[in-house]
Design a protein around this ligand. Structure first.
Ligand SMILES: [Zn+2]
Length: 1001
């Protein structure tokens, strides 16, 4: 018997440039005849779990196709008839993995083969994973099964005769065109992981060259070098930036002072040690740089940059010089180990001084081919890739972003196909894709991508056509039209869409950006799409086809709700309020908006529950990844707040007698859950004191750092500028005269990387604030000539709220990135941003940040003026204002007032026991409660318990309210159970009950 290792060792090699599939004449193999198995699957007893699983799966699919399962044996002894060998066995031969075109030695570990020899079939692979690929390929390519999307509904089985199954099997040895494939964020559920395996999407065998992230903290640990060698760290604003120990936040990330030769030596020594610790598994290390903030400004480092690079935030020269010198050094001792880099953002431009990377360096080139709709982008991306390919000896890898969490259709299969084919032509060996896609819109493209990664020569239209035909049957032509419509819609260059995705601004522009996502398709195109889907539903009688179309349709309606409310929202924001009639119209529009939002929320929450790829996508991208914009309320309905504010302000100024009436009308609209808090904040915060100072930016502070700024940084605010002082000079951040509203001063961010103005104040948990700021963007002549629109830059402007606890730690109430932010919209002229802020538990301070993300359109600026932060007088539920309508919510039974009153009832009794402030826990809990509605049953339970213990107001089910098994009670628990009310009150148990056991209630 051949040992497994022997089969793997006798490597018959594939060179990547040759055709990956070498077919031969087919041979007829009978699997099932006359209702009986004519073949046996042999999975040797020593095979791994994957091979066992593949063997069972093969048998099961054959049964599903023709009604007869093939037996699965662990040995071929005594087996009569055709044998299907899964993996190496005593019958394997080196010839099973042979390939007529190859004699080299570097076959991909993903290589597999299917061979018919002496009447038997051999499924072979260089690894266990590859053996499974052979079986999966057989099920897919020879038996005709397809897995178009996760879940049984999207599986396709061809029609077969009952009790008969014969295949015409062609010998083949297959090497994937993209041997190293990594799909991330497309594995939310088991059925998704299974889909990935079945389609051989992600590489399963050990990956040798796939490290790309930022590892500098590990290479230069601050514990080792922070004190002794601060010069290894970057010089930032005249000082060495030595990061704090522990996990670094993004603003603490750094790139070392790479012009210092010792820095490269330290890296080389580190790599050697690191490789040697686990030579088998550690074959590569990343010297890649991702979103790094602190970069060296020392003279020697600056001298390595090309003129103008530093100002443009480009560091290719010094970076690739450094990587090469480390690579050269490491190669001396570790010639078979590799160093990876990420060609991204600040390092995306090919260096001028480095023409050739060392042959142990590999790179991943980031791109976003979704934006090839923008004229010129495709050509520029391709030229960049060619420039890079010339510099690398090892084949490059591609790093892509297909979905970016976009909830509207982001479907561009032909662009994807062009990129895959282009990469193949350039010999790219690997692909790392952040899939993150809204699958019901994109399933055909995602499936086709998996197929193209194995065979880039496949025709994209054939693949799409196959998907439509097999999933939609009689409705296939109409569904083809539907998907073509989605792709056309995606490729329309609508004004306001971000064109340049090569930088962070471009990335941010899509993920979690409502403007950008909404621009993926117009309401008119959605209507046309829905008409096509309705027609498709009529065309098919197959309930499974109808179900699939229903999912696709529901996904489009899901998008439609977001798009239509957003567009109405945008329209409302520019509505002027100059008369009573306009106030009335605005109130009517707000009611209408609210019903649209209600319908949207109903549909969205129903969709989230669905047991199909729509529900799974929403739960995966939303609940698991916290990536869906639809969950970030301020991003969706913000302008409704702006209109309500305008209405109230007009009333206050021009019709104060009617103010109360309008306030009541606003409060009495039965707002949706997401709007309720915001609208009551807007209404009830009116007329309060502005909690921030110098909000019109009229006073300037002495500030050394802003020589080039117009008139300095405003007093009472602190300024933080992204990255480094060069940006401060270039950006001309600062106060400027006559740019504000009414020709007052304003605060300007001009071009550059963006930044924030901050002001903090002390707050209490549960307090509610409304923060507003006026913002506009402007473009200079140069910008206009270059086609850069001010309106696009307005979208970068934002208000952001940050919370800190007493120890100064950031309190994140929510993992969602922009749950406490609001962004500007793509409009010209002044717009008001409004953010309602609820202070979470444990928080003692609130920081308001008024700022802008990176401005990628040169010549455009963002101007802020008139910031307000008002505290809402009360929550709607606690307000004593007359509210007329009967449908307004009743005040909650337990709220800070009723709980405080209740606690006061216990005080005289507790005083008798001489316990120092026994209710301090209860009070602390009460003070930190932020969601009283959700906390009602908890308070009901606690108070029932206290009433029973302290006031003899015994509920019948008192024992339910007390945790008698709580360790704090110890032996007293028995007494408590047995002793009756009187005993309970008189024992010393009180002390413990009150101070500790309550914690358990
Ligand atoms: Zn330096």
């Amino acid at each position: 018997m051949y040992a497994r290792i022997v089969v793997y060792a006798i490597t018959i090699c594939m060179c990547a440039s040759c055709a990956s599939v070498v077919p031969s004449r087919g041979e007829t193999v009978v699997l099932v005849r006359d209702g009986k198995a004519a073949a046996t699957i042999v999975v040797p007893g020593d095979a791994g779990g994957d091979e066992q699983k593949a063997g069972q799966m093969l048998s099961a699919y054959i049964k599903r196709l023709c009604g007869v399962a093939l037996p699965v044996r662990d040995s071929s002894d005594g087996v009569v008839g055709v044998r299907l060998f899964v993996g190496p066995s005593d019958r394997s031969s080196p010839i099973d993995m042979s390939h007529p075109n190859h004699g080299l030695e570097s076959a991909s570990r993903e290589c597999f083969a299917i061979r018919v020899r002496d009447g038997d079939v051999f499924f072979s692979g260089r690894t266990s994973a590859a053996v499974c690929y052979a079986v999966l390929s057989f099920i897919e390519d020879d038996l005709g099964v397809r897995w178009f999307a996760p879940g049984g509904l999207w599986e396709y089985l061809p029609q077969c005769d009952e009790g008969e199954l014969t295949v015409n099997l062609k010998d083949r040895t297959v090497v994937p065109d993209t041997p190293l494939r990594k799909w991330v964020r497309h594995d939310f559920f088991d059925s998704w992981k299974q889909w990935d395996w079945r389609n051989r999407a992600s590489t399963r065998s050990k990956r040798i060259r796939d490290r790309l992230g930022n590892q500098f903290q590990g290479v230069y640990p601050v514990e080792s070098y922070g004190k002794t060698h601060p010069e290894y760290y970057p010089l930032v604003r005249g000082k060495r930036f030595v990061p704090p120990p522990g996990r670094l936040t993004r603003h603490m990330t750094f790139w070392p002072c790479s012009s210092n030769p010792e820095v490269a030596t330290v890296a080389a020594d580190f790599l050697r040690r690191w490789f040697d610790e686990d030579p088998e598994n550690r074959r590569s290390f990343s010297l890649g740089m991702d979103d790094v903030t602190n970069i060296c400004e020392c003279e020697n480092c600056r001298a390595m940059d090309q003129p103008g690079d530093f100002e443009k935030d480009q560091f290719s020269e010094r970076n690739y010089t450094f990587v090469n010198s480390v690579a050269r050094e490491v190669k001396k001792t570790h010639p078979n180990h590799y160093i990876g880099v990420l060609i991204y953002r600040q390092l995306r431009q090919p260096p001028v001084t480095v023409t050739r990377m060392e042959d142990n360096v590999y790179g991943f080139l980031t791109s976003n081919c979704a934006t090839w709709w923008n004229p010129g982008t495709e050509e520029a991306d391709k030229k960049l890739a060619q420039d890079w390919a010339r510099r690398f000896k090892l084949p490059l890898g591609r790093y892509e972003y297909y979905g970016l969490g976009t909830f509207t259709p982001r479907f561009y299969p032909h662009t994807m196909d062009r990129q895959v084919k282009f990469d193949r032509q350039l010999g790219f060996a690997s692909n790392h894709t952040e899939v993150c896609t809204f699958l019901p819109h994109t399933a055909p493209m995602i499936w086709a991508f998996a197929k193209l990664q194995w065979d880039a020569s496949k025709d994209i239209d054939d693949l799409l056509g196959e998907f439509y035909a097999k999933m939609f049957g009689a409705a296939a032509p109409t569904m083809g039209e539907y998907y073509a419509l989605l792709e056309r819609a995606w490729n329309v260059p609508r004004p306001g869409r971000t064109r340049d995705f090569s930088n962070t601004a471009g990335q941010l522009a899509v993920s979690r950006n409502r403007n950008e996502q909404v621009l993926a398709i117009s309401p008119k195109e959605i209507k046309a799409g829905l008409a096509l889907l309705d027609r498709a539903l009529e065309e098919s009688d197959d309930p499974r086809v109808k179900k699939r179309i229903d999912i696709v349709r529901a996904a489009l309606v899901f998008s439609q709700h977001g798009i239509e409310t957003y567009l109405f929202n945008t329209e409302l924001r520019t509505r002027p309020i100059n008369s009573k009639a306009e106030v009335q119209q605005a109130l009517a529009d707000l009611r209408q908006y609210n019903s649209m939002a209600k319908e949207r929320e109903r549909f969205w929450s129903q969709s989230r529950q669905r047991d199909d790829i729509l529900g799974e996508t929403i739960r995966g991208l939303g609940d698991q990844m916290k990536y869906l914009i639809i969950d970030e309320f301020p991003q969706l309905d913000t302008y409704v707040s702006s209109l309500a504010l305008a209405v109230l302000e007009w009333q206050r100024e021009h019709d104060p007698d009617g103010l109360q009436q309008v306030q009541n009308e606003l409060l009495n609209i039965p707002w949706t859950d997401t709007l309720d808090d915001a609208m009551s904040t807007v209404t009830l915060a009116q007329g309060g004191r502005n909690r921030l100072k110098n909000t019109g930016f009229e006073r300037s502070a002495q500030n050394k750092n802003t020589k080039a700024a117009y008139e300095g940084v405003p007093d009472k605010w602190s300024l933080w500028i992204r990255n480094k002082p060069s940006h401060l000079n270039r950006s001309k951040v600062g106060i400027m005269p006559k740019v504000g509203r009414n020709d007052s001063r304003g605060f300007v961010y001009e071009s550059g990387q963006g930044g924030v103005l901050m002001q903090s104040l002390r707050v209490k948990p549960g307090e509610v604030f409304l923060c507003t700021a006026w913002v506009r963007a402007v473009a200079n002549e140069e910008a206009k000539a270059a086609g850069n629109r001010a309106a696009d830059t307005a979208r970068r402007a934002n208000i952001h709220a940050i919370f800190h606890d007493a120890k100064g730690n950031v309190v994140a109430p929510d993992r969602r990135m922009y749950a406490n932010s609001v962004f500007g919209d793509a409009i010209d002229g002044w717009q008001r941003l409004a953010l309602s802020i609820k202070v979470p538990a444990r928080v003692v301070s609130l920081t308001i940040m008024i700022g802008t993300h990176e401005i990628d359109a040169p010549g455009t600026s963002v101007i802020f003026d008139d910031v307000t932060l008002l505290r809402s007088k009360a929550n709607k539920s606690q307000t004593s204002k007359p509210i007329k309508k009967a449908d307004v919510k009743k005040p909650l039974k337990w709220n800070p007032q009723t709980v405080a009153a209740e606690l006061n009832r216990y005080k005289p009794i507790l005083d008798q026991f001489g316990i120092k402030d026994p209710l301090r826990w209860a009070r602390a809990d009460m003070e930190s409660e932020t969601d009283w509605a959700a906390a009602q049953s908890r308070w009901e339970r606690r108070i029932a318990h206290w009433r029973f213990m302290l006031l003899d107001e015994e509920p019948a089910d008192w024992a339910r309210w007390l945790n008698l098994d709580h360790p704090a009670l110890g032996e007293k628990a028995k007494q408590l159970k047995a002793g009756g009310k009187h005993a309970r009150r008189k024992t010393t148990i009180w002390t413990q009950v009150i101070t500790r056991a309550w914690a358990a209630t």
